[in-house]
Design a protein around this ligand. Structure first.
Ligand SMILES: [Zn+2]
Length: 408
């Protein structure tokens, strides 16, 4: 087996499921493997632990002038959990590059490292040609659980600022066709909770409409009516990245004294809660006004309803696709054209680490160059065909070479 594939498999075999990556030591083991691979090819490699047990690896190949902006190749090494009994192969086995993370997104990390190895090996003498722009690879963690301890913390460090990142590549999605999606923005993610309080008493009475249940029910009805308006656009063919999705994802109520095993069905509960996941496209830029409007729409000013924003972005800039404003995009497009790779600019339907970079006004594209591949992100039997992986290295290599030649 060739070295590129062996190195990829080494990363896949380390169990880095978010949530247990700290206690299992998987995060540290994976970071160590990545940092060994980077050191081996002569990159200036550092490991930071901004949160204990959650290492971030920074590997750089600097050019002559460190003041020039750098190209950032970023990705997460954590993976989502899996149901081993639903897999027909061991999810951390090495056959045929099956395994959790082969698409999302250890393939990208391994391909970045391989590109840097080739650049270091072959292009070392042409360092003048790349005008001193540095290349930095940063594998991060916790992306699958929000990224707050990973990219979220890292972008706030002086070390990050010292990298002077001009442009970044992060993850996209696999594509079942020859066209590869390129994500220039993503929907803002919001988690909100509505908590209703109301009169309580024996369930043989009529307390409505002041019961917590009635109140939360009315809020949910309004939320579902809002949802239906957006769902209609989706059914009429609007791309999911361009509409608001709103889903009722938790409901909690009922009088219980044993942690929810049994409920007193003859008691009107004094509290009821509903939780929602909301994704907002970047076409809505004034998120503060949007939040106020949504809050009013769902609660209609009823008494005894508390609105709680658990997690909500207040800014959500996209990366400009105007070649006059974003020369990196011009170069990106040209490289794809030269490679015969058809790209489709889109809004990412979910959230990735890219949002932390865009919030710092760093242009960033989500790009996983694995066309003609069944999309198996977060799915059972996740795998990547070896020829697709090898081709992704070729694409990334051309892309990196073109991008770092950007400044003349
Ligand atoms: Zn991912």
């Amino acid at each position: 087996m060739n070295q590129e594939i062996e190195n990829f498999i080494k990363l896949v075999k380390i169990n880095t499921i978010s949530g247990s990556g700290v206690s299992s030591g998987g995060y540290r083991n994976c970071a160590k493997e990545i940092s060994n691979q980077c050191r081996e090819i002569g990159l200036d490699t550092k490991t930071l632990e901004l949160v204990e047990g959650k290492p971030i690896v920074v590997a750089s190949h600097y050019g002559e002038d460190r003041n020039l902006p750098s190209l950032l190749l970023t990705g997460h090494y954590d993976v989502v959990p899996c149901d081993p009994e639903k897999w027909t192969v061991d999810p951390f086995a090495d056959e045929k590059v099956y395994g959790r993370g082969t698409q999302d997104m250890k393939c990208c990390l391994a391909a970045y490292i391989e590109c840097l190895r080739r650049i270091k090996g072959v292009y070392i003498l042409s360092i003048k040609k790349i005008k001193g722009i540095g290349i930095t690879l940063i594998p991060l963690l916790d992306e699958e659980i929000g990224g707050a301890d990973g990219m979220g913390k890292f972008v706030e460090t002086n070390f990050f600022r010292s990298l002077n990142v001009g442009f970044a590549l992060d993850e996209g999605l696999a594509s079942p066709t020859h066209q590869v999606p390129v994500y220039f923005g993503e929907r803002a993610i919001w988690w909100i909770k509505l908590k209703a309080t109301g009169d309580t008493g024996h369930a043989s009475r009529y307390l409505a409409p002041n019961g917590a249940m009635e109140k939360i029910h009315r809020c949910c009805d309004r939320a579902l009516a809002f949802r239906e308006k957006e769902a209609k656009k989706y059914r009429n063919g609007t791309d999911i990245g361009d509409i608001i999705t709103l889903n009722l994802t938790s409901l909690k109520a009922g009088k219980t004294s044993d942690g929810g095993l049994t409920y007193a069905l003859n008691v009107i509960p004094s509290e009821a809660e509903a939780g929602f996941d909301i994704r907002i496209p970047p076409t809505i830029q004034d998120l503060v006004t949007f939040e106020n409007d949504l809050k009013n729409e769902l609660t209609k000013g009823e008494d005894g309803i508390e609105y709680i924003l658990i997690n909500g972005m207040k800014v959500n800039p996209s990366t400009s696709l105007d070649i006059k404003k974003n020369l990196w995009w011009e170069r990106f497009q040209k490289t794809c054209l030269n490679l015969g790779l058809e790209i489709v600019p889109q809004i990412f339907p979910a959230a990735t680490d890219s949002r932390f970079l865009r919030a710092k006004n760093i242009p960033c594209l989500g790009f996983t160059p694995i066309p003609n591949t069944k999309v198996l992100f977060h799915d059972h039997d996740e795998y990547l065909p070896i020829d697709v992986y090898m081709n992704s290295i070729t694409i990334y290599l051309e892309m990196i070479k073109d991008l770092v030649n950007l400044v003349d």
